[in-house]
Structures are given as C-alpha cells and as structure tokens.
Design a protein. Structure first.
Length: 66
C-alpha cells in the first residue's frame, strides 16, 4: 500500500503502515465482523502519500518580502 513510491523513500512511520496495514485490516475484520471505516483507509493513504512530490505540494510566499 505505498502507491508509486519506492519503499525506501518512506519514513519509519509510513513503513510500519505500508508493511502492516493490510494485515491489521484483516485482523480487524476477523475480530469485528466488519471492515475498518472508510475514513481510516483514506487517512492511511494520505499519510503514506505525504512527502511525495507527485501528490502535489503547497508553496508559501511572504507578502512583505516575497
């Protein structure tokens, strides 16, 4: 679950989720007879995409000194 980025580019937190998220989801499903909430999946995807220039970025500019 890392998208198009090489695993080596992920930070430690992202690597933990990339390696174990699918296993966690399966365990959650088995224990609770339902899937994880959709917003959990979307938040994990966003966290994994964080820092990927291909996903876009914000650029800030000082209005006083440029």
């Amino acid at each position: 679950m890392t998208g198009d980025r090489p695993f080596s580019e992920l930070n430690l937190w992202q690597r933990i989720f990339a390696e174990h998220w699918d296993e966690f989801r399966a365990g959650f499903r088995a224990a609770n007879n339902r899937d994880v909430s959709e917003h959990w999946d979307s938040n994990v995807e966003r966290m994994l995409d964080c820092g990927d220039i291909g996903q876009g970025y914000y650029e800030y500019l000082c209005g006083d000194c440029d």
